[in-house]
Design a protein around this ligand. Structure first.
Ligand code: SAT
Ligand code: MN
Length: 590
Protein backbone atom coordinates (compact mmCIF):
# COMPACT_ATOMS: atom_id res chain seq x y z
CA UNK A 1 0.00 0.00 0.00
CA UNK A 2 1.42 3.36 -1.08
CA UNK A 3 -0.12 5.70 1.49
CA UNK A 4 0.66 5.74 5.19
CA UNK A 5 -2.18 4.56 7.43
CA UNK A 6 -3.38 6.81 10.26
CA UNK A 7 -4.23 5.56 13.77
CA UNK A 8 -7.63 4.20 12.70
CA UNK A 9 -5.86 2.15 10.03
CA UNK A 10 -7.35 4.24 7.24
CA UNK A 11 -5.12 5.23 4.33
CA UNK A 12 -4.31 8.94 4.23
CA UNK A 13 -6.55 9.59 1.22
CA UNK A 14 -9.69 8.10 2.82
CA UNK A 15 -12.33 10.80 3.18
CA UNK A 16 -13.60 11.84 6.58
CA UNK A 17 -17.05 10.37 5.87
CA UNK A 18 -15.62 6.95 4.97
CA UNK A 19 -13.38 6.88 8.07
CA UNK A 20 -16.21 7.92 10.28
CA UNK A 21 -18.53 5.24 8.95
CA UNK A 22 -15.87 2.52 9.26
CA UNK A 23 -15.20 3.44 12.90
CA UNK A 24 -18.89 3.45 13.65
CA UNK A 25 -19.41 0.01 12.05
CA UNK A 26 -16.36 -1.40 13.85
CA UNK A 27 -17.77 -0.18 17.16
CA UNK A 28 -21.02 -2.05 16.44
CA UNK A 29 -19.63 -5.25 14.95
CA UNK A 30 -16.49 -5.57 17.14
CA UNK A 31 -13.99 -7.18 14.72
CA UNK A 32 -10.58 -8.32 16.01
CA UNK A 33 -8.84 -6.66 13.06
CA UNK A 34 -9.69 -4.05 10.44
CA UNK A 35 -8.10 -4.38 7.01
CA UNK A 36 -8.44 -1.60 4.43
CA UNK A 37 -8.18 -3.23 1.00
CA UNK A 38 -5.78 -1.54 -1.41
CA UNK A 39 -6.67 -3.75 -4.39
CA UNK A 40 -3.06 -4.85 -5.01
CA UNK A 41 -1.98 -8.22 -6.41
CA UNK A 42 0.03 -8.86 -3.23
CA UNK A 43 -3.09 -8.33 -1.14
CA UNK A 44 -5.10 -10.68 -3.39
CA UNK A 45 -2.49 -13.42 -2.99
CA UNK A 46 -2.47 -12.86 0.76
CA UNK A 47 -6.27 -13.26 0.90
CA UNK A 48 -6.07 -16.50 -1.09
CA UNK A 49 -3.32 -17.94 1.10
CA UNK A 50 -5.29 -17.08 4.22
CA UNK A 51 -8.35 -18.91 2.92
CA UNK A 52 -6.21 -21.86 1.87
CA UNK A 53 -4.87 -22.02 5.43
CA UNK A 54 -8.33 -21.96 7.02
CA UNK A 55 -9.71 -24.50 4.53
CA UNK A 56 -12.23 -22.24 2.80
CA UNK A 57 -10.30 -22.38 -0.51
CA UNK A 58 -8.76 -25.41 -2.16
CA UNK A 59 -5.94 -24.91 -4.60
CA UNK A 60 -6.72 -26.55 -7.95
CA UNK A 61 -4.13 -28.47 -9.96
CA UNK A 62 -1.43 -25.80 -10.43
CA UNK A 63 -0.03 -27.36 -13.62
CA UNK A 64 -3.37 -27.68 -15.41
CA UNK A 65 -5.22 -24.75 -13.75
CA UNK A 66 -2.58 -22.26 -12.57
CA UNK A 67 -3.86 -19.66 -10.13
CA UNK A 68 -7.25 -21.41 -9.81
CA UNK A 69 -9.10 -22.10 -6.57
CA UNK A 70 -12.24 -23.89 -5.45
CA UNK A 71 -14.62 -22.55 -2.82
CA UNK A 72 -17.43 -24.74 -1.53
CA UNK A 73 -20.19 -22.72 -0.03
CA UNK A 74 -22.59 -23.78 2.65
CA UNK A 75 -25.08 -26.12 0.88
CA UNK A 76 -27.94 -23.86 2.01
CA UNK A 77 -26.28 -20.84 0.43
CA UNK A 78 -25.88 -21.38 -3.30
CA UNK A 79 -28.13 -18.79 -5.01
CA UNK A 80 -29.82 -15.44 -4.57
CA UNK A 81 -32.69 -15.43 -2.10
CA UNK A 82 -35.41 -13.23 -3.56
CA UNK A 83 -37.84 -13.92 -0.70
CA UNK A 84 -35.29 -12.53 1.78
CA UNK A 85 -34.37 -9.48 -0.32
CA UNK A 86 -36.09 -6.22 0.62
CA UNK A 87 -36.32 -2.67 -0.64
CA UNK A 88 -36.86 -0.44 2.39
CA UNK A 89 -38.38 2.87 1.32
CA UNK A 90 -40.34 5.21 3.60
CA UNK A 91 -43.44 4.73 1.42
CA UNK A 92 -44.34 1.14 0.58
CA UNK A 93 -45.67 2.18 -2.82
CA UNK A 94 -42.24 3.49 -3.84
CA UNK A 95 -40.78 -0.02 -3.62
CA UNK A 96 -43.74 -1.39 -5.56
CA UNK A 97 -45.26 -4.84 -5.61
CA UNK A 98 -42.27 -6.02 -7.64
CA UNK A 99 -40.21 -5.84 -4.42
CA UNK A 100 -40.54 -7.21 -0.94
CA UNK A 101 -40.84 -4.20 1.31
CA UNK A 102 -40.02 -3.47 4.90
CA UNK A 103 -40.27 -0.13 6.71
CA UNK A 104 -36.75 1.31 7.10
CA UNK A 105 -37.00 1.64 10.89
CA UNK A 106 -38.10 -1.97 11.28
CA UNK A 107 -35.41 -3.21 8.88
CA UNK A 108 -32.74 -1.25 10.75
CA UNK A 109 -33.88 -2.62 14.09
CA UNK A 110 -33.67 -6.19 12.73
CA UNK A 111 -30.28 -5.65 11.13
CA UNK A 112 -28.80 -3.78 14.11
CA UNK A 113 -29.55 -6.80 16.28
CA UNK A 114 -27.94 -9.18 13.78
CA UNK A 115 -24.83 -7.05 13.25
CA UNK A 116 -24.22 -6.31 16.96
CA UNK A 117 -20.86 -7.91 17.80
CA UNK A 118 -21.11 -10.24 14.79
CA UNK A 119 -17.48 -9.76 13.74
CA UNK A 120 -15.94 -10.78 17.08
CA UNK A 121 -12.98 -13.04 16.38
CA UNK A 122 -13.02 -12.03 12.72
CA UNK A 123 -11.26 -9.58 10.40
CA UNK A 124 -13.32 -6.73 8.99
CA UNK A 125 -12.39 -5.91 5.41
CA UNK A 126 -13.04 -2.39 4.13
CA UNK A 127 -13.45 -2.52 0.35
CA UNK A 128 -13.58 0.78 -1.51
CA UNK A 129 -14.69 0.13 -5.09
CA UNK A 130 -15.62 2.02 -8.23
CA UNK A 131 -18.37 0.71 -10.51
CA UNK A 132 -17.19 1.72 -13.98
CA UNK A 133 -13.89 3.17 -15.25
CA UNK A 134 -12.41 5.28 -12.45
CA UNK A 135 -12.21 8.35 -14.73
CA UNK A 136 -15.75 8.05 -16.19
CA UNK A 137 -18.38 10.65 -15.29
CA UNK A 138 -20.89 7.79 -15.49
CA UNK A 139 -19.20 5.69 -12.78
CA UNK A 140 -20.38 5.56 -9.16
CA UNK A 141 -18.49 4.39 -6.09
CA UNK A 142 -19.21 2.42 -2.97
CA UNK A 143 -17.54 0.93 0.08
CA UNK A 144 -18.36 -2.59 1.18
CA UNK A 145 -17.52 -3.63 4.72
CA UNK A 146 -17.49 -7.41 5.11
CA UNK A 147 -16.14 -10.15 7.36
CA UNK A 148 -15.63 -12.52 4.43
CA UNK A 149 -12.21 -12.89 2.81
CA UNK A 150 -13.99 -14.73 -0.04
CA UNK A 151 -16.06 -11.60 -0.69
CA UNK A 152 -12.94 -9.40 -0.59
CA UNK A 153 -11.13 -11.64 -3.11
CA UNK A 154 -14.17 -11.75 -5.41
CA UNK A 155 -14.62 -7.98 -5.22
CA UNK A 156 -10.98 -7.59 -6.29
CA UNK A 157 -11.84 -9.47 -9.52
CA UNK A 158 -15.33 -8.00 -10.04
CA UNK A 159 -14.70 -4.29 -9.42
CA UNK A 160 -12.06 -1.58 -9.60
CA UNK A 161 -11.15 -1.91 -5.96
CA UNK A 162 -8.76 -0.03 -3.71
CA UNK A 163 -6.80 3.20 -3.61
CA UNK A 164 -8.10 4.76 -6.86
CA UNK A 165 -11.70 4.20 -5.78
CA UNK A 166 -11.00 5.74 -2.38
CA UNK A 167 -9.52 8.81 -4.05
CA UNK A 168 -12.55 9.13 -6.30
CA UNK A 169 -14.90 8.85 -3.32
CA UNK A 170 -13.05 11.72 -1.64
CA UNK A 171 -13.62 13.75 -4.82
CA UNK A 172 -17.30 12.73 -5.35
CA UNK A 173 -18.18 13.27 -1.69
CA UNK A 174 -20.77 10.51 -2.03
CA UNK A 175 -20.68 6.71 -1.94
CA UNK A 176 -22.96 3.72 -1.46
CA UNK A 177 -22.55 2.16 1.99
CA UNK A 178 -22.66 -1.63 1.86
CA UNK A 179 -22.43 -3.59 5.10
CA UNK A 180 -22.12 -7.35 4.92
CA UNK A 181 -21.55 -10.21 7.33
CA UNK A 182 -21.79 -13.91 6.67
CA UNK A 183 -23.13 -14.23 10.22
CA UNK A 184 -23.65 -17.94 10.87
CA UNK A 185 -24.78 -18.65 7.26
CA UNK A 186 -28.12 -19.49 8.81
CA UNK A 187 -31.03 -19.29 6.32
CA UNK A 188 -33.27 -18.31 9.25
CA UNK A 189 -31.08 -15.28 9.95
CA UNK A 190 -30.51 -14.08 6.40
CA UNK A 191 -31.63 -10.75 4.94
CA UNK A 192 -30.55 -8.57 2.03
CA UNK A 193 -31.84 -5.05 2.76
CA UNK A 194 -31.68 -2.01 0.49
CA UNK A 195 -32.24 1.59 1.59
CA UNK A 196 -32.17 3.46 -1.73
CA UNK A 197 -33.19 6.78 -0.16
CA UNK A 198 -29.94 6.84 1.84
CA UNK A 199 -27.82 4.78 -0.63
CA UNK A 200 -27.30 1.92 1.84
CA UNK A 201 -27.21 -1.86 1.64
CA UNK A 202 -27.15 -4.29 4.57
CA UNK A 203 -26.70 -7.99 3.92
CA UNK A 204 -26.48 -10.68 6.59
CA UNK A 205 -26.20 -14.45 6.67
CA UNK A 206 -25.17 -15.32 3.10
CA UNK A 207 -21.79 -15.56 1.39
CA UNK A 208 -23.23 -16.19 -2.10
CA UNK A 209 -22.45 -13.89 -5.05
CA UNK A 210 -25.50 -11.74 -5.64
CA UNK A 211 -26.29 -11.66 -1.91
CA UNK A 212 -22.77 -10.82 -0.75
CA UNK A 213 -20.76 -9.12 -3.53
CA UNK A 214 -22.66 -5.93 -2.88
CA UNK A 215 -21.24 -4.02 -5.86
CA UNK A 216 -23.13 -6.30 -8.24
CA UNK A 217 -26.92 -6.67 -8.05
CA UNK A 218 -27.41 -4.71 -4.82
CA UNK A 219 -25.50 -1.59 -5.85
CA UNK A 220 -25.15 -1.68 -9.65
CA UNK A 221 -28.83 -2.60 -10.18
CA UNK A 222 -31.11 -2.01 -7.18
CA UNK A 223 -29.52 1.13 -5.75
CA UNK A 224 -28.25 2.37 -9.13
CA UNK A 225 -31.66 2.03 -10.79
CA UNK A 226 -32.99 4.41 -8.13
CA UNK A 227 -30.07 6.82 -8.63
CA UNK A 228 -30.53 6.55 -12.40
CA UNK A 229 -34.19 7.54 -12.16
CA UNK A 230 -33.26 10.61 -10.10
CA UNK A 231 -30.40 11.55 -12.42
CA UNK A 232 -31.94 10.73 -15.82
CA UNK A 233 -30.16 7.54 -16.92
CA UNK A 234 -30.81 3.75 -16.87
CA UNK A 235 -29.18 0.97 -14.81
CA UNK A 236 -30.07 -2.30 -16.55
CA UNK A 237 -29.52 -6.06 -16.36
CA UNK A 238 -27.86 -6.10 -19.78
CA UNK A 239 -24.71 -7.41 -21.40
CA UNK A 240 -22.90 -5.04 -23.78
CA UNK A 241 -21.41 -6.50 -26.94
CA UNK A 242 -19.62 -5.01 -29.96
CA UNK A 243 -20.48 -6.65 -33.29
CA UNK A 244 -17.79 -6.06 -35.91
CA UNK A 245 -18.78 -6.71 -39.54
CA UNK A 246 -16.41 -7.69 -42.35
CA UNK A 247 -16.15 -4.00 -43.32
CA UNK A 248 -14.60 -3.38 -39.90
CA UNK A 249 -17.45 -1.32 -38.44
CA UNK A 250 -18.34 -2.07 -34.81
CA UNK A 251 -21.90 -1.62 -33.55
CA UNK A 252 -22.73 -2.04 -29.89
CA UNK A 253 -25.81 -3.82 -28.57
CA UNK A 254 -27.09 -3.96 -24.98
CA UNK A 255 -29.12 -7.10 -24.29
CA UNK A 256 -31.32 -7.94 -21.30
CA UNK A 257 -31.86 -11.57 -20.32
CA UNK A 258 -32.74 -13.07 -16.94
CA UNK A 259 -29.98 -14.74 -14.89
CA UNK A 260 -28.60 -17.99 -16.34
CA UNK A 261 -30.09 -17.43 -19.83
CA UNK A 262 -26.79 -17.11 -21.68
CA UNK A 263 -25.74 -13.46 -21.26
CA UNK A 264 -22.09 -14.38 -20.70
CA UNK A 265 -22.11 -16.70 -23.72
CA UNK A 266 -23.71 -14.08 -25.99
CA UNK A 267 -21.29 -11.41 -24.79
CA UNK A 268 -18.34 -13.67 -25.71
CA UNK A 269 -19.84 -15.25 -28.82
CA UNK A 270 -17.51 -16.96 -31.30
CA UNK A 271 -18.60 -16.24 -34.90
CA UNK A 272 -19.58 -19.40 -36.79
CA UNK A 273 -17.42 -20.64 -39.68
CA UNK A 274 -20.14 -19.44 -42.04
CA UNK A 275 -19.50 -15.79 -41.08
CA UNK A 276 -15.84 -15.08 -41.90
CA UNK A 277 -14.69 -11.55 -41.17
CA UNK A 278 -17.12 -11.03 -38.28
CA UNK A 279 -15.81 -10.46 -34.77
CA UNK A 280 -17.32 -10.00 -31.33
CA UNK A 281 -16.02 -7.66 -28.65
CA UNK A 282 -17.16 -8.02 -25.04
CA UNK A 283 -17.78 -4.83 -23.09
CA UNK A 284 -19.85 -6.41 -20.32
CA UNK A 285 -21.71 -9.64 -19.53
CA UNK A 286 -24.33 -8.68 -16.93
CA UNK A 287 -24.95 -4.99 -16.23
CA UNK A 288 -25.13 -1.84 -18.35
CA UNK A 289 -25.39 1.76 -17.20
CA UNK A 290 -26.91 3.73 -20.08
CA UNK A 291 -26.52 7.50 -20.24
CA UNK A 292 -27.71 10.14 -22.68
CA UNK A 293 -24.47 11.17 -24.41
CA UNK A 294 -23.41 14.62 -25.56
CA UNK A 295 -24.07 13.66 -29.22
CA UNK A 296 -27.73 12.71 -28.65
CA UNK A 297 -27.06 8.97 -28.62
CA UNK A 298 -27.33 6.55 -25.72
CA UNK A 299 -23.92 5.54 -24.31
CA UNK A 300 -23.19 2.50 -22.15
CA UNK A 301 -20.57 1.58 -19.60
CA UNK A 302 -20.11 -1.76 -17.89
CA UNK A 303 -19.87 -0.95 -14.19
CA UNK A 304 -18.11 -4.26 -13.49
CA UNK A 305 -14.53 -5.38 -14.10
CA UNK A 306 -15.03 -9.14 -13.95
CA UNK A 307 -17.47 -11.94 -14.67
CA UNK A 308 -19.39 -14.08 -12.17
CA UNK A 309 -20.58 -16.64 -14.69
CA UNK A 310 -22.45 -19.95 -14.69
CA UNK A 311 -19.97 -22.83 -15.09
CA UNK A 312 -22.02 -25.90 -16.15
CA UNK A 313 -22.32 -26.26 -19.91
CA UNK A 314 -19.09 -24.34 -20.60
CA UNK A 315 -16.89 -26.25 -23.05
CA UNK A 316 -14.80 -25.76 -26.16
CA UNK A 317 -17.85 -25.98 -28.41
CA UNK A 318 -20.36 -23.84 -26.48
CA UNK A 319 -17.98 -21.05 -25.51
CA UNK A 320 -14.31 -21.58 -26.37
CA UNK A 321 -13.34 -18.15 -25.09
CA UNK A 322 -14.90 -18.76 -21.67
CA UNK A 323 -13.36 -22.22 -21.59
CA UNK A 324 -9.89 -20.74 -22.17
CA UNK A 325 -10.52 -17.78 -19.90
CA UNK A 326 -11.23 -19.93 -16.84
CA UNK A 327 -8.20 -22.19 -17.16
CA UNK A 328 -6.08 -19.83 -15.08
CA UNK A 329 -6.44 -17.26 -12.28
CA UNK A 330 -10.08 -18.09 -11.57
CA UNK A 331 -12.10 -18.68 -8.42
CA UNK A 332 -14.56 -21.55 -8.88
CA UNK A 333 -17.51 -21.86 -6.53
CA UNK A 334 -19.40 -25.14 -6.06
CA UNK A 335 -18.04 -27.17 -8.97
CA UNK A 336 -17.00 -30.85 -8.73
CA UNK A 337 -13.42 -32.07 -8.51
CA UNK A 338 -11.46 -34.79 -10.34
CA UNK A 339 -8.96 -37.10 -8.66
CA UNK A 340 -6.18 -34.87 -10.03
CA UNK A 341 -7.68 -31.78 -8.40
CA UNK A 342 -9.04 -30.34 -11.61
CA UNK A 343 -12.43 -28.62 -11.52
CA UNK A 344 -15.24 -30.63 -13.14
CA UNK A 345 -18.73 -29.73 -14.22
CA UNK A 346 -21.59 -31.15 -16.27
CA UNK A 347 -21.12 -30.38 -19.95
CA UNK A 348 -17.35 -30.80 -19.82
CA UNK A 349 -16.40 -33.43 -22.38
CA UNK A 350 -13.24 -34.59 -20.60
CA UNK A 351 -12.31 -35.97 -17.20
CA UNK A 352 -14.42 -37.60 -14.52
CA UNK A 353 -15.64 -36.21 -11.22
CA UNK A 354 -14.26 -37.84 -8.08
CA UNK A 355 -15.99 -35.40 -5.67
CA UNK A 356 -19.19 -33.40 -5.98
CA UNK A 357 -19.67 -29.72 -5.16
CA UNK A 358 -20.19 -30.55 -1.48
CA UNK A 359 -16.91 -32.46 -1.36
CA UNK A 360 -18.61 -35.86 -1.08
CA UNK A 361 -17.30 -38.78 -3.19
CA UNK A 362 -19.21 -38.36 -6.45
CA UNK A 363 -22.36 -40.46 -6.66
CA UNK A 364 -24.85 -39.72 -9.46
CA UNK A 365 -27.61 -40.68 -7.03
CA UNK A 366 -26.82 -37.42 -5.16
CA UNK A 367 -27.42 -35.30 -8.26
CA UNK A 368 -24.97 -33.44 -10.49
CA UNK A 369 -21.28 -33.14 -9.57
CA UNK A 370 -21.32 -29.36 -10.04
CA UNK A 371 -24.18 -27.35 -8.58
CA UNK A 372 -26.37 -26.08 -11.48
CA UNK A 373 -25.63 -22.53 -10.26
CA UNK A 374 -21.91 -23.11 -9.75
CA UNK A 375 -19.93 -20.07 -10.80
CA UNK A 376 -16.56 -18.79 -11.98
CA UNK A 377 -15.17 -15.45 -10.90
CA UNK A 378 -12.60 -14.06 -13.26
CA UNK A 379 -11.15 -10.72 -14.32
CA UNK A 380 -12.73 -9.53 -17.59
CA UNK A 381 -9.23 -8.85 -18.93
CA UNK A 382 -8.73 -12.62 -19.28
CA UNK A 383 -11.45 -12.77 -21.92
CA UNK A 384 -9.84 -13.21 -25.38
CA UNK A 385 -12.60 -10.98 -26.84
CA UNK A 386 -12.27 -8.26 -24.17
CA UNK A 387 -13.03 -4.89 -25.73
CA UNK A 388 -10.55 -2.11 -24.99
CA UNK A 389 -13.62 0.14 -24.99
CA UNK A 390 -14.64 -1.47 -21.70
CA UNK A 391 -12.24 0.98 -20.08
CA UNK A 392 -13.36 4.03 -22.07
CA UNK A 393 -14.60 6.83 -19.83
CA UNK A 394 -17.24 7.81 -22.42
CA UNK A 395 -18.54 4.24 -22.81
CA UNK A 396 -19.79 2.90 -26.14
CA UNK A 397 -22.70 4.18 -28.28
CA UNK A 398 -25.65 1.79 -28.38
CA UNK A 399 -27.23 0.86 -31.73
CA UNK A 400 -29.89 -1.51 -30.41
CA UNK A 401 -31.40 -2.75 -27.17
CA UNK A 402 -32.38 -6.41 -27.17
CA UNK A 403 -34.76 -8.11 -24.74
CA UNK A 404 -34.97 -11.87 -24.45
CA UNK A 405 -36.37 -14.63 -22.33
CA UNK A 406 -36.26 -18.37 -22.09
CA UNK A 407 -39.56 -19.44 -23.65
CA UNK A 408 -40.30 -22.83 -25.12
CA UNK A 409 -43.19 -21.48 -27.20
CA UNK A 410 -44.81 -18.30 -28.52
CA UNK A 411 -42.00 -15.74 -28.91
CA UNK A 412 -40.39 -15.87 -32.38
CA UNK A 413 -36.63 -16.06 -32.86
CA UNK A 414 -36.45 -12.27 -33.28
CA UNK A 415 -38.74 -9.30 -33.80
CA UNK A 416 -38.37 -5.54 -33.77
CA UNK A 417 -40.55 -3.13 -31.81
CA UNK A 418 -42.33 -0.50 -33.90
CA UNK A 419 -40.94 2.44 -31.94
CA UNK A 420 -39.56 3.30 -28.50
CA UNK A 421 -42.88 3.28 -26.62
CA UNK A 422 -43.82 -0.07 -28.16
CA UNK A 423 -40.33 -1.29 -27.24
CA UNK A 424 -40.99 -0.37 -23.61
CA UNK A 425 -44.08 -2.61 -23.78
CA UNK A 426 -42.01 -5.41 -25.33
CA UNK A 427 -39.61 -5.15 -22.37
CA UNK A 428 -42.34 -4.74 -19.77
CA UNK A 429 -44.17 -7.80 -21.14
CA UNK A 430 -41.14 -10.08 -20.99
CA UNK A 431 -41.54 -13.50 -19.44
CA UNK A 432 -39.03 -16.26 -18.88
CA UNK A 433 -38.66 -19.69 -17.32
CA UNK A 434 -37.02 -19.51 -13.88
CA UNK A 435 -33.45 -20.85 -13.49
CA UNK A 436 -31.12 -22.10 -10.75
CA UNK A 437 -29.69 -18.59 -10.25
CA UNK A 438 -32.32 -17.95 -7.59
CA UNK A 439 -33.56 -20.36 -4.95
CA UNK A 440 -37.01 -21.77 -5.73
CA UNK A 441 -38.62 -23.81 -8.51
CA UNK A 442 -36.90 -23.99 -11.90
CA UNK A 443 -38.63 -23.91 -15.31
CA UNK A 444 -41.74 -21.93 -14.37
CA UNK A 445 -42.69 -19.09 -16.71
CA UNK A 446 -42.96 -15.82 -14.82
CA UNK A 447 -43.14 -12.18 -15.84
CA UNK A 448 -39.67 -10.69 -15.73
CA UNK A 449 -39.94 -7.16 -17.17
CA UNK A 450 -36.66 -6.01 -18.74
CA UNK A 451 -35.06 -9.02 -16.90
CA UNK A 452 -35.22 -6.69 -13.89
CA UNK A 453 -37.87 -8.41 -11.75
CA UNK A 454 -35.36 -9.27 -9.01
CA UNK A 455 -33.29 -6.12 -9.49
CA UNK A 456 -35.38 -2.96 -10.00
CA UNK A 457 -34.92 -0.93 -6.82
CA UNK A 458 -38.28 0.82 -7.08
CA UNK A 459 -41.87 0.51 -8.30
CA UNK A 460 -42.03 -0.98 -11.80
CA UNK A 461 -44.80 1.49 -12.68
CA UNK A 462 -42.42 4.40 -12.04
CA UNK A 463 -39.62 2.50 -13.76
CA UNK A 464 -41.65 2.16 -16.98
CA UNK A 465 -42.56 5.84 -16.79
CA UNK A 466 -38.83 6.59 -16.56
CA UNK A 467 -38.16 4.42 -19.64
CA UNK A 468 -40.99 6.16 -21.52
CA UNK A 469 -39.43 9.54 -20.74
CA UNK A 470 -36.10 8.67 -22.42
CA UNK A 471 -37.09 10.13 -25.83
CA UNK A 472 -37.06 13.51 -24.08
CA UNK A 473 -33.41 12.97 -23.15
CA UNK A 474 -31.97 10.98 -26.06
CA UNK A 475 -32.46 12.29 -29.60
CA UNK A 476 -31.08 9.29 -31.53
CA UNK A 477 -32.65 6.37 -29.73
CA UNK A 478 -31.50 2.80 -30.32
CA UNK A 479 -33.85 0.31 -31.98
CA UNK A 480 -35.55 -2.17 -29.63
CA UNK A 481 -35.72 -5.90 -30.41
CA UNK A 482 -36.83 -9.13 -28.75
CA UNK A 483 -35.11 -12.50 -29.24
CA UNK A 484 -35.83 -16.05 -28.08
CA UNK A 485 -33.10 -18.68 -28.50
CA UNK A 486 -35.08 -21.25 -26.51
CA UNK A 487 -38.05 -22.29 -28.71
CA UNK A 488 -38.75 -26.02 -28.58
CA UNK A 489 -40.69 -28.51 -30.68
CA UNK A 490 -43.36 -30.92 -29.43
CA UNK A 491 -40.63 -33.37 -28.43
CA UNK A 492 -38.88 -30.73 -26.35
CA UNK A 493 -35.95 -30.29 -28.75
CA UNK A 494 -34.57 -26.79 -29.33
CA UNK A 495 -35.58 -25.38 -32.74
CA UNK A 496 -32.59 -23.04 -32.95
CA UNK A 497 -28.93 -24.12 -32.55
CA UNK A 498 -28.03 -21.03 -30.49
CA UNK A 499 -24.50 -20.15 -29.29
CA UNK A 500 -22.31 -18.86 -32.17
CA UNK A 501 -25.19 -19.07 -34.64
CA UNK A 502 -26.95 -16.32 -32.69
CA UNK A 503 -24.64 -13.93 -34.56
CA UNK A 504 -26.88 -14.42 -37.61
CA UNK A 505 -29.66 -12.77 -35.62
CA UNK A 506 -27.42 -10.00 -34.25
CA UNK A 507 -26.32 -9.25 -37.83
CA UNK A 508 -29.97 -8.85 -38.90
CA UNK A 509 -30.58 -6.53 -35.95
CA UNK A 510 -27.60 -4.30 -36.79
CA UNK A 511 -28.49 -4.17 -40.49
CA UNK A 512 -32.11 -3.48 -39.66
CA UNK A 513 -31.02 -0.47 -37.57
CA UNK A 514 -29.29 0.86 -40.68
CA UNK A 515 -32.30 0.29 -42.91
CA UNK A 516 -30.50 -2.49 -44.77
CA UNK A 517 -32.39 -5.66 -43.78
CA UNK A 518 -35.90 -6.63 -44.82
CA UNK A 519 -38.64 -7.23 -42.27
CA UNK A 520 -42.23 -8.31 -42.36
CA UNK A 521 -44.71 -6.25 -40.35
CA UNK A 522 -46.75 -8.30 -37.91
CA UNK A 523 -49.02 -7.20 -35.05
CA UNK A 524 -46.17 -7.73 -32.52
CA UNK A 525 -43.50 -5.99 -34.60
CA UNK A 526 -41.28 -6.75 -37.60
CA UNK A 527 -39.86 -10.25 -38.06
CA UNK A 528 -37.16 -10.99 -40.65
CA UNK A 529 -38.41 -12.08 -44.05
CA UNK A 530 -37.41 -15.66 -44.88
CA UNK A 531 -34.44 -14.46 -46.93
CA UNK A 532 -33.35 -11.52 -44.79
CA UNK A 533 -31.99 -13.89 -42.15
CA UNK A 534 -29.17 -16.15 -43.26
CA UNK A 535 -29.98 -19.82 -42.56
CA UNK A 536 -27.38 -21.22 -45.00
CA UNK A 537 -25.41 -24.19 -43.77
CA UNK A 538 -27.63 -24.83 -40.73
CA UNK A 539 -29.17 -28.22 -40.19
CA UNK A 540 -32.66 -26.76 -40.13
CA UNK A 541 -35.63 -27.43 -42.45
CA UNK A 542 -38.10 -24.97 -44.00
CA UNK A 543 -40.89 -25.97 -41.65
CA UNK A 544 -38.70 -25.19 -38.63
CA UNK A 545 -37.68 -21.84 -40.12
CA UNK A 546 -41.32 -20.97 -40.65
CA UNK A 547 -42.10 -21.95 -37.06
CA UNK A 548 -39.21 -19.88 -35.71
CA UNK A 549 -40.47 -16.75 -37.48
CA UNK A 550 -44.21 -17.35 -37.09
CA UNK A 551 -46.55 -15.14 -35.08
CA UNK A 552 -49.50 -17.16 -33.83
CA UNK A 553 -52.26 -14.55 -33.52
CA UNK A 554 -54.54 -16.57 -31.26
CA UNK A 555 -51.73 -17.36 -28.85
CA UNK A 556 -50.57 -13.74 -28.93
CA UNK A 557 -54.09 -12.50 -28.20
CA UNK A 558 -53.99 -14.53 -25.02
CA UNK A 559 -50.48 -13.28 -24.26
CA UNK A 560 -51.59 -9.67 -24.76
CA UNK A 561 -54.46 -10.26 -22.33
CA UNK A 562 -52.07 -11.69 -19.75
CA UNK A 563 -49.57 -8.84 -20.23
CA UNK A 564 -52.41 -6.34 -19.87
CA UNK A 565 -53.60 -7.96 -16.64
CA UNK A 566 -50.07 -8.08 -15.26
CA UNK A 567 -49.45 -4.41 -16.05
CA UNK A 568 -52.84 -3.37 -14.61
CA UNK A 569 -51.78 -4.91 -11.29
CA UNK A 570 -49.52 -1.86 -10.91
CA UNK A 571 -52.67 0.22 -10.56
CA UNK A 572 -52.33 3.98 -10.46
CA UNK A 573 -48.56 3.81 -11.00
CA UNK A 574 -48.98 2.20 -14.45
CA UNK A 575 -48.20 4.92 -17.02
CA UNK A 576 -51.17 5.70 -19.28
CA UNK A 577 -48.87 5.54 -22.29
CA UNK A 578 -48.06 1.91 -21.54
CA UNK A 579 -51.75 1.03 -21.11
CA UNK A 580 -52.28 2.71 -24.49
CA UNK A 581 -49.60 0.45 -26.01
CA UNK A 582 -51.46 -2.63 -24.76
CA UNK A 583 -54.70 -1.35 -26.30
CA UNK A 584 -52.96 -0.81 -29.63
CA UNK A 585 -51.32 -4.24 -29.55
CA UNK A 586 -54.68 -5.88 -28.87
CA UNK A 587 -56.34 -4.02 -31.71
CA UNK A 588 -53.56 -5.01 -34.14
CA UNK A 589 -54.12 -8.63 -33.11
CA UNK A 590 -57.87 -8.65 -33.84
O1 SAT B 1 -27.04 -12.78 -8.57
S1 SAT B 1 -25.73 -13.23 -9.02
O2 SAT B 1 -24.93 -12.07 -9.31
O3 SAT B 1 -25.10 -14.01 -7.99
C1 SAT B 1 -25.89 -14.14 -10.42
C2 SAT B 1 -27.14 -13.87 -11.14
O4 SAT B 1 -28.18 -14.31 -10.68
O5 SAT B 1 -27.11 -13.21 -12.20
MN1 MN C 1 -27.31 -11.30 -13.86
Amino acid sequence: MATAPDRSGAPAHASESVRHWVLEVAARTRPDHVHWCDGSEAEYRHLLRGMQADGSLLQLNPDRFPGCWLHRSNPSDVARVEHLTFVCTEQREDAGQNNHWMAPAEARRKMDALFAGCMRGRTMYVIPYCMGPVDSPYSRCGVEITDSAYVAANMKLMTRMGAAALARIAKDGKFVKGLHSIGQLDPERRFIMHFPESLEIQSFGSGYGGNALLGKKCHALRIASWQARDEGWLAEHMLIVGVQNPEGEIHYLACAFPSACGKTNLAMLIPPASMPGWKIWTVGDDIAWLHPGPDGRLWAINPEAGYFGVVPGTNEKTNRHAYEMIRHDTIFTNVGLTRDHEPWWEGLDAGKPAYDWQGRPYDPANGPAAHPNSRFTVSAKQNPSYSPQADAAAGVPITALVFGGRRRSLAPLVYQARDWAHGVLVGAGMASETTAAASGDVGIVRRDPMAMKPFAGYNFGDYWAHWLAMPGRVKKLPGIFHVNWFRRDAQGRFLWPGYGENLRVLAWIVERCHGKAAGLDTPIGAVPTRDALDFAGLDIDEATIAELLAVDRAAWRQEADEIGQYLESYGARLPAALREQVTRLKSRLT
